[in-house]
Design a protein around this ligand. Sequence first.
Ligand SMILES: [Zn+2]
Length: 84
Amino acid sequence: MKCERAFQYVYSYLDGELRYTQRVMVHRHVRRCEGCGVSFDFERRVLALFKRAVSDTEIPPELFDRLRALVRREGDAGGIGPTA
Ligand SMILES: [Zn+2]
């Protein structure tokens, strides 16, 4: 497995979303490749910080709904122009 390939999987790997065979392949590469080992470690820390920040913050469900509606509207408009 090459470095670029390993990096395509970094977030899925850290989130535990990879299938077993892919996970093993990434894991093996990261253990042998120092550069990827350092980078994966860094991403893991960022992800952990981010998750902690999100769980510490109470985000009201209405806000989620509004955001989702906004994203949908952007999609309908092709993402061009203001959507006020
Ligand atoms: Zn590598």
